[in-house]
Design a protein around this ligand. Sequence first.
Ligand code: BGC
Length: 368
Amino acid sequence: MRKGLFALAAVSLLATGSIAACGDDSGSDSGSTGGGSAAAGKVGIILPDTKSSQRWGTDDPKFLKAAFDAAGVPVEIQNAQGDKTQFQTIADGMISSGVAVLMIVNLDSGTGKAVLEKAKKAGIATIDYDRLTLSGGADYYVSFDNVAVGKLQGEGLVKCLEEKKYTKPVVAELNGSPTDNNATLFAQGYDSILDPKYADGTFTKGPNQDVPDWDNAQAGTIFEQMLTSNKNIKGVLAANDGLGNAAITVLKKNQLNGQVPVTGQDATVQGLQNILAGDQCMTVYKAIKKEADAAADLAVALAKKQKPTTATGTTKDPESGADVPSVLLEPQSITKENVKDVIADGFVTKDAVCTADFAKACTDAGIS
Ligand code: BGC
């Protein structure tokens, strides 16, 4: 512990020449064993909420912790529970405890930027994890190719609607949060597939709405209104599995589930079960383990005051114009045929997906 604190203080001094003391860092791991040439400071990570997607409460913390544990680098992972004030409070605490690296998934670019700027002033290296903070100036960005995610969703919906053989089906779009840059990129991707179909009359453009904060409950209300005012909706581009499930729940109430293809994202247990049941057309699997590992590789180097060598390209911040060194991973489209791939990759277990209600569907889908 003493060695860890000393290393932390030394790192902080190196970084800024002056910085707050380590504080009452009671919950921290005992010391940094490093493993590389330099001892590592602590890495602080703030995740956004636990309701907009299964991933933030379950998958990301699990894979991130495993990656830092394997590298022997102390990490503190907290979740802001969808509360921007709490997000800032957690950040303040981490900054004053002297973390060497701060990694965030912003709740919106405004609060994200404020936090990143504070960290920078304190000489702390910063990483945008999954969501780019616009004009945030993070040192690194790790995510998936989010336009590609949207394209897979658009292409998936086109395929499912072709199979239904509807004439000029009305397509509704349930977009993600307007304050999440990823939601903008997803929409850019799926609209690049759907817009030409609206233009040439293959599909009919239906209602299109953003879901604030990716709030699944609100998505249900929004979709209910969409369906009430447009009973003819035949396809739903939903930006993630949570929004998709909200639409499916409304479709079920109207005995329309299975007839109206719905898309998703995140390969959640619920999304995969909806696919197996025939109620959801597809989801997008993003290997969170790879994302967590890539982010940890950068953070570990930074925590050891080494220059990371693992960024593979840059991402242009559309607001500031800055080129942010990045790692962007490839997403994968999942339909009934390859649900088994997600299980084989160890992201979800067969037991979680193939509960009694889905046993037959699992067998039919080749999940043994
Ligand atoms: C993430 C998605 C997630 C959504 C809601 C996006 O920024 O990329 O994986 O479903 O936020 O949390």
